[in-house]
Write a protein that binds this ligand. Structure first.
Ligand code: DI6
Ligand code: FE
Length: 407
């Protein structure tokens, strides 16, 4: 007789398993058994093996999907950029704003000044907002410190967020976000500080699960990023890349060359870059919030990514400058409407492929035996509604790591 911690019955189950048609839906009434935080059994009720559960609940026909995964956020930061947002809508240009000390540097100044407790207090509502829409895993980048102490402070706060919420946090060092004023446009010297001083400390403290960089004409070029990625690889950390967002800087090719987990944005990536990503297995993370906020007109090459078989993930890119959108469901809706992804591609992009973009495809992102029991239970008529609606409270319950969060 099998023993389970939790048995959920009378459910409609969308497993999101790879290559399974139609959301990987389990035919008929579905059942999921949970043991020690993992999925112990999943399938049609008629095939359920004999077992006993400490807790058994009927879901009365509600849908279950894998909990959502936001694989690209900058949600630890101080201050905001609402005043810039207003100035831009009143006609100011990015250049005017940057020249007057605005842009990323205004967030850097606020983040350097804020205490860890203040950063945590500011980030908690954002992480809870994501959890309230069914997100159980969130990737959080540093990148608003641009000095050793503040970059480490940001990563420590991100790790603490995982302890103070029921969200599983993955952290990414994005010290190579832009060149700080102390290095007066000497990007090479700043990359040297990251490689020789910051990165070894981050690895020693196990503060980051990956390393990222902003490969763009206004940030770091391919050779500078390659130097950083070489060091990250030597120290055993996987890499990911903000690539080809505003111009074709060879970011997609560079990400593929270093077997990056993902290349993100990609609006200006070349066919050669896409084919290189197809060869390396890198995930394309599309960020419609930044595309919309920046008023971009160049769409990411979705048809070419599909044709090349590059996995596509969707993320919020939650950040105060180019994507002040703290909602993965909104990003899914925007990916359909702006990038013409299908609702199934969007849900796969916020579950299965988002897990892949974090190197967690074997652990979560689909409903399969042995994976984390991160389950989202929905008041919906079909999973396609998750990319159709935004702003409606459709989450009935989030079960994270097998814990129902119910007192
Ligand atoms: N790409 C972006 O759009 C953000 N960072 C990046 O690498 C911008 C972040 C900000 O404006 O605060
Ligand atoms: Fe970003």
């Amino acid at each position: 007789m099998l023993a389970w911690d939790l048995l959920l019955t009378d459910a409609r189950v969308a497993t999101m398993r790879n290559a399974a048609p139609d959301y990987g839906v389990v035919d008929g009434t579905g059942t999921i058994a949970v043991k020690d935080g993992k999925i112990a059994w999943i399938g049609a009720a008629s095939e359920l093996p004999a077992g006993k559960a400490l807790e058994q609940r009927s879901l009365d026909g509600r849908w279950i999907t894998p909990a959502l995964i936001d694989c690209h956020t900058h949600l630890v930061f101080a201050g905001d950029r609402a005043e810039e947002f207003e100035r831009r809508l009143l006609g100011a240009s990015y250049e005017d704003i940057a020249k007057s000390g605005g842009g990323i540097m205004s967030t850097v100044r606020a983040t350097r000044t804020a205490s860890a407790a203040e950063l945590l207090a500011a980030a908690l509502p954002r992480i809870n907002a994501l959890a309230s829409e069914g997100v159980a895993t969130v990737e959080i980048k540093s990148g608003y410190g641009l000095d050793v102490a503040t970059e480490i402070k940001m990563l420590e706060v991100a790790r603490q967020l995982g302890k103070e919420s029921n969200v599983n946090i993955r952290t990414t060092l994005l010290a190579a976000h832009t060149v700080p004023p102390e290095f007066e446009n000497d990007a090479d010297a700043y990359i040297g500080l990251i490689c020789d001083d910051l990165l070894p400390q981050v690895v020693a403290g196990q503060l980051a699960d990956a390393v990222d960089a902003y490969c763009e004409s206004i940030a770091f070029d391919a050779s500078q990023v390659a130097r950083l990625f070489q060091k990250a690889t030597e120290l055993g950390l996987p890499v990911k890349l903000h690539a080809d967002q505003l111009s074709d800087g060879g970011g997609a090719e560079l990400a593929a060359r270093f077997n990056a987990l993902s290349a993100d944005h990609l609006e200006y990536s070349s066919l050669a870059g896409i084919e290189a990503m197809a060869g390396s297995g890198a995930v394309a993370v599309l960020l419609p919030g930044a595309f919309l906020t920046l008023g971009e007109t160049r769409l990411p090459p979705v048809a070419k990514l599909r044709a090349a078989g590059v996995p596509i993930a969707i993320a919020s890119d939650c950040n105060p400058g180019t994507s002040p959108i703290c909602s993965l469901r909104t990003a899914m809706m925007l990916a359909c409407r702006l990038f013409r992804l299908t609702p199934e591609e969007c849900l796969a992009g916020a579950t299965r492929e988002a897990a892949r973009a974090l190197g967690l495809a074997d652990d979560r992102g689909t409903l399969e035996i042995g994976k984390r029991a991160d389950l989202a239970i929905w008041e919906i008529g079909h999973p396609r509604e998750l990319a159709y609606w935004t702003g409606t409270p459709q989450l009935a319950e989030l079960i994270a790591d097998g814990h129902t969060g119910r007192s």
